[in-house]
Design a protein around this ligand. Structure first.
Ligand code: ADP
Ligand code: 5GP
Length: 200
């Protein structure tokens, strides 16, 4: 089943959460099951070994990223863990104009910019049952250095405090259940109306 897709107002879903909470895994699964486009961000972060340019991210130099900021090419952008990340306006607008819903995985700064500028966007925050689970998952993922993992974990408390600003928070304990919960939330949201409930 796919979510309702009005040509002019295809759904726009924003997912955030601490590093290691499972955002990427959940977004990929949900995008596939609900025929949403999982937006590929631009970043100045160095590519991880298993990542592919144009599939995981558009890996971009600082100069090009800054030029894109000047050209207003991003819906939102932010500096996260010393690198820049941004969501391309062109990609999101094109997909939505084609009636294709878009799901983005952005940090809490980016999510709040979207919340302010796009009142119909649905914001979902992903958590783990205990914060200690994050370290375990990041180590198991085996893609970041110990220092990089510690840098990410240091941001966790601040990020968790932002969860209340989201429309929904989902605990990713059992992965399949979390995917189901996110899908249920998305299917029950009416993307043609601005979201006002619980919004401050
Ligand atoms: P994020 O995008 O939030 O940094 P990932 O989706 O990359 O997180 O997930 C981090 C790691 O945890 C990955 O190796 C992923 O396979 C694993 N993972 C995701 N969800 C769960 C879960 N519910 N239980 C155990 N491991 C999980
Ligand atoms: P990672 O380097 O682990 O892929 O992502 C680090 C952080 O950057 C995560 O919190 C992720 O949500 C965030 N991120 C990824 N893409 C974007 C983006 O386009 N904009 C913003 N603001 N954050 C992003």
């Amino acid at each position: 089943m796919t979510v309702s897709q009005d040509k002019n107002k295809a759904p726009f879903i924003v997912v955030s959460g601490p590093s290691g909470s499972g955002k990427t895994t959940i977004c990929r699964a949900v995008a596939k099951k609900l025929s949403l486009y999982y937006s590929i961000s631009h970043t100045t972060r160095p590519k991880r070994e298993k990542e592919i340019h144009g599939q995981d991210y558009f890996f971009t130099s600082q100069d090009i990223f800054k030029e894109m900021i000047q050209n207003k090419a991003f819906i939102e952008w932010a500096q996260v863990y010393e690198n820049y990340y941004g969501t391309s306006k062109e990609i999101v607008d094109t997909k939505r104009a084609q009636g294709i819903g878009v799901i983005v995985d952005v940090d809490t700064q980016g999510a709040l910019i979207i919340k302010k500028n796009m009142p119909d966007a649905l914001l979902i925050f992903i958590k783990t049952p205990q914060a200690s689970e994050l370290r375990k998952r990041l180590l198991a993922r085996g893609q970041d250095s110990k220092e990089e993992i510690e840098k990410r974990l240091q941001e966790t408390k601040k990020e968790l405090l932002m969860a209340k600003k989201y429309d929904h928070a989902v605990v990713n304990d059992d992965l399949n259940k979390a995917i189901e919960t996110v899908m249920t939330i998305i299917k029950s949201y009416d993307n043609r109306k601005p979201i006002t409930e619980n919004r401050t």
